[in-house]
Design a protein around this ligand. Structure first.
Ligand code: FUB
Length: 318
């Protein structure tokens, strides 16, 4: 497989590259992928970067959905959820995560709540994976005042710490929400999936930045996350969802032309996939991102092999 660090230059200099599998969508900017497998179909839920090329900041007002049965052809399903779905949200349709439970689809998203209120997490609900989703609660299920704002070594107060929800449903049916920026937190969800239950716990992961994702393989829990800034992807493992988590190292280096990485991990038809974003289109960048896919492979001892960004991405499934 080809490896690269300067994807935009490669794309700009090669017509063939424009037809490569990565990024998987090139007519709109897609960021912060979450993925869900349902009825032999992969659904990818993304944010929608709409910043103009000269703007150094996110412009994100809605979320997008795409599906595929072969990991190659991606069908767009438009925007099944946006800031308008949550009238109490002020701005910032950032990184969400959709899951299925008892025939309903729940899409958890962080949004900016307004001046002095930081970020909170809302949840949309739908009867099918492509929506349309409606506000399940009529307000956030988690607000910034439920957690202390972390303070960076330089004194900056992280008012945006309540972002990037990742949902994990354990084998016993208990659902958990992990989230955070700078400090990682988790809490149980009630069976209705729209209320938190019990205490919010903090997990001390050195150099945790954001973008948690939890999955399980055998009896091992894997927590992948963005570390440092610009971001690499690292992971930790545990034998219980409540930890302790052992940091296992970096599995993916910096994203091409982008300071964030935001991964999702799924198994589909016998292979594991690592879904992330970079700034890999000719006019892309940190605020104009694009979703890509690579294989995720494990060593025999269960550790994750290093992942490299490629233009080819993954093969079409027959
Ligand atoms: O897209 C906005 C923010 O950038 C997300 O919430 C983070 O994960 C990072 O990708």
């Amino acid at each position: 497989m080809k490896r690269y660090n300067i994807l935009p230059l490669l794309l700009a200099s090669s017509c063939a590259a424009l037809h490569a599998a990565n990024p998987i969508v090139t007519d709109v900017f897609t960021a912060d992928p979450a993925a869900l497998v349902h009825n032999d179909t992969v659904y990818i839920y993304t944010g929608h970067d709409e910043a103009p090329p000269d703007k150094a900041g996110y412009v994100m007002k809605e979320w997008l959905c795409f599906s595929s049965t072969d990991m190659d052809t991606w069908t767009p399903h438009g925007s099944p959820m946006s800031l308008k779905t949550f009238p109490w949200a002020a701005d910032s349709a950032w990184a969400g995560h959709a899951v299925e439970r008892d025939g309903k689809f729940y899409w958890y998203v962080p949004v900016y709540l307004g001046e002095g209120k930081g970020f909170g997490i809302g949840v949309g609900v739908a009867d099918n994976p492509t929506g349309p989703f409606v506000d399940a609660v009529g307000g956030p299920i988690l607000t910034s005042d439920m957690t202390p704002d972390p303070v960076l070594p330089n004194g900056t107060v992280v008012s945006w710490d309540d972002i990037d929800p990742a949902i994990f449903i354990d084998d016993d049916g208990q659902a958990y929400m992990f989230w955070g920026n700078y400090k990682l937190k988790y809490v149980k969800l009630k069976a209705n999936m729209t209320e938190i239950e019990g205490d919010i716990e903090q997990i001390d992961i050195p150099e945790f930045t954001e973008a948690p994702w939890v999955h399980k393989r055998g009896d091992t829990y894997y927590l992948t996350y963005a570390t440092q800034f610009p971001e690499r992807t690292a992971y930790a493992t545990a034998k219980s969802i409540n930890g302790p988590w052992e940091v296992r190292g970096i599995i993916k280096q910096l994203a091409g032309n982008c300071n964030t990485n935001h991964q999702a991990i799924i198994d589909f038809k016998g292979r594991s996939y690592f879904i992330y974003h970079n700034g890999g289109t000719p006019t892309g960048g940190s605020f104009r991102r694009s979703v890509c896919i690579e294989y995720l492979n494990y060593n025999e001892d269960g550790t994750i092999k290093e992942i490299h960004e490629t233009l080819e991405g993954v093969s079409k499934l027959e």
